[in-house]
Write a protein that binds this ligand. Structure first.
Ligand SMILES: Cc1cc2nc3c(=O)[nH]c(=O)nc-3n(C[C@H](O)[C@H](O)[C@H](O)COP(=O)(O)OP(=O)(O)OC[C@H]3O[C@@H](n4cnc5c(N)ncnc54)[C@H](O)[C@@H]3O)c2cc1C
Length: 366
């Protein structure tokens, strides 16, 4: 049996952010990242990186963050297209658009460069203990003083918790994404709302858009179905040519965030999944990974015990990240209203000029 200071299960945004943060201040730490999949890879995501997400990426990737963001026009404007109305607002400061294909790979490479041992195609099957931990991978059993769960929304860590929550059965939401050709795309994100979900479209390069939807499975199962649910989206998508095979993800469910469980640090979607409408999931993943890394650094250098580090992470998570979940819940209620209520609300937001305030309310403090 081999031993590490820290094992991170899941080499996505949160996992790599945690590894990088720790190794930036404690380069001698023995950090192992275990990733089920392999890189580079696409991921269901609108690829809208909020300004707070960009700030986190600059800390993690340095100059490479701006280089990645320069591949697409900055997102300076948002249009919410609902029931024949358009709610428009500037995005201030501008957001960025970075493909997950490039972003996740860049973070993975950075974690490696700083000294993390990063293993691909290495699914974790079981975890035992509450510190130290024993991690069962396919071929071996590995021990670690600390453990970060960065395995995303649906994993060996979360399945039992979620199955007992009714939300997963009630909602049956799915996520769909693809990239399409579109010339002359501007720096705008368009959110098309319809009964049964919504679809975001934004440029991810100068001649390529991302179309990403969150829909009820009984409303649509393909992106063509999605486009047919909104007349303006259907019109816009007529000339699109797919640039990748469409990908899907499910189940999507929402439950109360849980930053620590049995001294395991939950980060990113593994701690809590926020409605994609607010475009903050990546930012939360990066920030929670960084917060977990900061809280664990003194433990790794034996300046505090694991329970103390867990307490500090819980405090930071609740203070800095939890408010975003509350606001997202409120916004989800608004966008899933039946059309009879949604239309007058959209009208009210438009005539009172509160679209920008509404969009700003979705941002985390950073
Ligand atoms: C439809 C949709 C649209 C979205 N749009 C946006 C958007 O525009 N902007 C935004 O900010 N956010 C968006 N999000 C949210 C964002 O994609 C997530 O919040 C983000 O990916 C979370 O990152 P993570 O690192 O926590 O998890 P993930 O990115 O899911 O990474 C988890 C990793 O863990 C690995 N893993 C899982 N189980 C195991 C195991 N047992 N062993 C080893 N590895 C394992 C997985 O392979 C994966 O690589 C969207 C989400 C959806 C569903």
């Amino acid at each position: 049996m081999s031993g590490y200071d820290l094992i991170i299960v899941g080499g996505g945004l949160a996992g790599n952010a945690a590894a990088i943060t720790i190794l930036q201040t404690a380069p001698q730490a023995r950090v192992l990242v275990l990733e089920r999949g392999s890189y580079p890879r696409h991921k269901v995501c609108g690829e809208f990186v909020s300004p707070e997400g960009m700030a986190a990426l600059e800390k993690l990737l340095g100059a490479q963050a701006s280089l990645l963001a320069s591949q697409a026009p900055p997102i300076t404007h948002a249009n919410i297209r609902v029931d024949g109305r358009v709610l428009s607002a500037p995005v201030r400061p501008p957001a960025a658009s970075i493909t997950r294909f490039d972003l996740d790979f860049a973070l993975w490479q950075q974690a490696k460069k700083l000294g993390a041992e990063c293993r691909e195609k290495c699914p974790v099957l079981k975890v035992q203990g509450s510190g130290p931990f024993e991690i069962h991978a396919e071929q071996e059993q590995i021990s670690a003083r600390a453990l970060i769960n960065a395995a995303g929304r649906w994993s060996i860590f979360t399945q039992s918790r979620i199955k007992t929550s009714s939300s997963v059965n009630d909602s049956k939401w799915i996520g769909l994404k693809s990239h399409f050709t579109e010339t002359a795309s501007s720096g705008t994100i368009d959110l098309y709302l319809f009964d049964g979900g919504y679809c975001g479209v934004q440029p991810v390069a100068h001649d390529r858009v991302n179309a990403c939807a969150m829909v009820r499975a009984n409303a649509a199962v393909t992106l063509s179905d999605v486009c047919a649910l909104h007349p303006e989206l259907q019109e816009r998508s007529r000339g699109w040519m797919p640039l990748m095979e469409a990908i899907t993800t499910s189940p999507l469910y929402f439950c109360n965030p849980l930053p620590v469980e049995n001294n395991i640090f939950n980060t990113g979607d593994a701690a809590g999944f926020i409605d994609p409408f607010v475009g903050d999931g990546m930012t939360l993943a990066l920030h929670s990974g960084m917060l977990a890394g900061e809280a664990l650094t003194p433990f790794l250098s034996r300046q505090c015990n694991l329970a103390g580090a867990a307490e500090s992470y819980t405090y930071e998570y609740k203070t800095r990240l939890l408010p975003a979940f509350r606001r997202a819940r409120w916004i989800r209620k608004m966008i899933t209203l039946p059309v009879g209520l949604r239309a007058p609300l959209a009208h009210l937001i438009r005539i009172t000029g509160t679209t920008e305030t509404l969009l700003k309310a979705t941002r985390i403090a950073g």
